[in-house]
Design a protein around this ligand. Structure first.
Ligand SMILES: [Fe+2]
Length: 286
């Protein structure tokens, strides 16, 4: 954990500066942003992540989509997402309200069908249920804030396209065309999710895992980056803890948060329409 910084403010007064909101390099205060993605109906993971974000005093939270799907608590996760600054549309929201689960693997398809049944508002349903459906039906595809763009998948195809670790493999000293094309659409930073695999992709086609960067990375003003913030509710980088990231205007920082995995697994195993594999994989972060 970072230690608070102290700074003399004159007249013997010493200010305690929260390192999360103070940028020593630029010597200015920055507004902190937390970015979460791929909650996937996992309320236990989401609650602990939200507590951790709040403990840092961060109020601006952007959610990059896939609030629902796979997990047993889609309604509860939507209720939290409705209170965030921005929530984008993921492929699971798109499948639930528009395209259907065509193209999903069977375990994702089964869970989506159950999720849709849970959320779909009937004529006599509660106002809350209607509001949730309305919310996931109207989520934006992307968000732009200055030179930063936010998407679920990629700037080329915000809902469906994966930018994978594998896409950064360089052959014959050539930066892959897919990456070149995607970077041409990014002004400075692109925050995304979808793969559930956290890491930072550079213009040189490096994929830097949170471990490799020591969980924090200072972005350069004259370089572009794709920053995958990982998954809150179903990590797939072999670390089962919930994952999210913060950005303070200069550095990206990754956090891993413990939660009661066994409790979520029990809930999943008790719902026959949800494939057991969706619970089992939570234990290994795969
Ligand atoms: Fe996802």
């Amino acid at each position: 954990m970072q230690k608070p910084l102290t700074k003399k403010a004159g007249f013997g007064i010493v200010l305690t500066l929260n390192p999360a909101t103070y940028c020593p390099k630029n010597r200015i205060y920055k507004k902190m942003l937390a970015i979460i993605s791929d909650l996937h109906g996992n309320i236990e993971a989401l609650k602990n992540v939200m507590d951790d974000i709040r403990s840092k005093g961060i109020k601006d939270i952007v959610c990059l989509g896939d609030v629902i799907g796979y997990g047993p608590n889609p309604a509860e996760c939507i209720d939290i997402a409705m209170g965030l600054k921005i929530t984008l549309r993921g492929n699971h929201e798109e499948a639930a309200v528009n395209s259907g689960s065509y193209g999903f693997r069977s375990h994702a398809q089964k869970a989506l069908n159950w999720t849709k049944k849970e959320l779909y508002p009937g004529i006599f349903c509660s106002a809350e249920k209607k509001a949730r459906w309305e919310f996931i039906s109207n989520l934006p595809l992307s968000h732009k804030d200055g030179e930063m763009i936010f998407v679920h998948g990629s700037p080329r195809d915000p809902i469906w396209e994966y930018i994978l670790r594998y896409d950064t493999e360089v052959l014959f000293d050539e930066i892959p065309a897919k990456l070149k094309d995607i970077f041409s659409m990014i002004p400075w930073l692109c925050f995304n999710g979808h793969t559930h695999d956290p890491g930072i992709i550079t213009e040189e086609s490096d994929f830097l895992t949170p471990k490799e960067i020591g969980e924090a990375f200072e972005v350069k003003r004259n370089r572009k980056y794709i920053i995958n913030v990982g998954s809150v509710g179903q990590p797939r980088d072999s670390d089962p803890r919930a994952c999210y990231a913060t950005f303070d205007g200069a550095s990206v920082r990754y956090y891993r948060i413990e939660y009661d995995i066994a409790k979520v697994q029990e809930k999943i195993f008790a719902i026959p329409e949800i494939d057991r594999r969706n619970g089992e994989r939570l234990g290994s972060g795969q």
